[in-house]
Design a protein around this ligand. Structure first.
Ligand SMILES: CC(=O)SCCNC(=O)CCNC(=O)[C@H](O)C(C)(C)COP(=O)(O)OP(=O)(O)OC[C@H]1O[C@@H](n2cnc3c(N)ncnc32)[C@H](O)[C@@H]1OP(=O)(O)O
Ligand SMILES: N[C@@H](CCO)C(=O)O
Length: 314
């Protein structure tokens, strides 16, 4: 949340140089508050786990959030029951005439397919197009980040020789960026993917900026310069045991898989892993909700986003 301080306090200039968000008394007086409407487009097979992980992070805010769960209607889910989807989920058709303050699009275990072979690809591209005009800020996770970068900017994904699997040290690439406010200079993020995006491809797109990366696991966060589209390659939302569960699954299937990097104490899979990324996960989501959604979204959501986006190149 912004700090409201007297207009002429000396600390204000120092904090402004650090991009710390302060608000003049005059602006604060006029700021209106209402609940934020955030959708989760859940593409994961393990839908209930993902709902819990993301709600835990979205719930860590003083803002009121109305959460809308979406699933792709053109995909028949094998691993989530129809009862669960009918009871708790909507589809794009139900919300396409609305506006949203924010949207999160999850990862999906389809990264080794061509985008066009994913059976809900056409529906997803409609949603991505719609998000440009109807959502204040969209946060794409893992495969959704690759899908969004490909659809909006033609950035492709590359197959990795070996799965990027484990917990990797990351660094902030742009000092004082609002999305990474409060982050340590080195912070951990779980990565679990067979494909990658390239720094050079992103640098060729003037609308994109790399905000965080890792010497070991590559680009972590890319954002459009207007903050309306955020692409996150890792899984900060994962629980302590998510990588263990994936590792045990692959071992039991006899798949070639290394012990997750920097995860188990002494690299020993018989020991319980620690969560060393939770604080940064909470910061990432609360910074996004505050600076990219709440501070940017119009009070009258229906009035709107079209106007503020009219000048955007997307
Ligand atoms: C790169 C990232 O984004 S990482 C995020 C993805 N990570 C995860 O999903 C981790 C958890 N998932 C898993 O461990 C596994 O997918 C499991 C155990 C749930 C199921 O695995 P399997 O039994 O081997 O495969 P299964 O045939 O059930 O398909 C798995 C999923 O792949 C996706 N999928 C497979 N083929 C297609 C296709 N042609 N089009 C779209 N989605 C597809 C679906 O999401 C499907 O699950 P769903 O129908 O419940 O949505
Ligand atoms: N995180 C995924 C990668 C596959 O897309 C898994 O291991 O299931």
């Amino acid at each position: 949340m912004p700090i409201k301080i007297p207009d002429n306090l000396p600390a204000k200039e120092i904090l402004n140089q650090e991009n710390i968000f302060t608000m003049d008394e005059s602006v604060a007086y006029h700021q209106d508050i209402r609940p934020l409407r955030i959708a989760l487009l859940n593409l994961m097979p393990t839908k209930e786990t993902t709902e819990t992980q993301l709600l835990r992070l979205i719930g860590n805010t003083p803002l009121q959030v109305e959460f809308v769960l979406l699933h792709p209607k053109t995909h028949t889910s094998k691993n989530t029951s129809l009862e669960h989807l009918d009871m708790f989920y909507k589809t794009f058709d139900d919300i396409k005439d609305d506006k949203l303050d924010g949207m999160i699009i999850t990862g999906a275990p389809v990264e080794q397919m061509d985008f066009e072979d994913v059976n809900y690809w056409e529906e997803l591209t409609q949603i991505l197009e719609w998000s440009k005009r109807n959502v204040t800020s969209t946060l794409h996770i893992c495969w959704a980040a690759q899908a969004g970068l490909y659809h909006h900017f033609g950035v492709r994904k590359y197959a990795l020789e070996k799965k990027m699997f484990g917990v990797f040290p990351h660094t902030v690439s742009v000092p004082n960026t609002k999305l990474l406010r409060g982050f340590d200079e080195v912070f951990n993020v779980p990565q679990s993917r067979h494909t990658d995006i390239s720094r050079e491809d992103i640098e060729r797109c003037p609308d994109l900026e790399i905000l965080a990366e890792s010497d070991d696991s590559g680009v972590y966060i890319v954002a459009t310069r207007d903050g309306k589209h955020i692409f996150v390659t890792g899984h900060s939302e994962y629980d302590a045991c998510s990588l263990k569960w994936e590792y045990d699954r692959d071992v039991s299937k006899g798949l070639p898989i290394d012990i997750p990097n920097n995860y188990y104490p002494n690299n020993d899979p018989s020991r319980m892993p620690y969560n060393t990324w939770r604080a940064h996960a909470n910061l990432l989501f609360s910074n996004w909700l505050n600076y990219y959604v709440y501070q940017e979204t119009p009070f009258e959501l229906t009035v709107n986003i079209n106007e503020s986006l009219a000048s955007s190149q997307l």
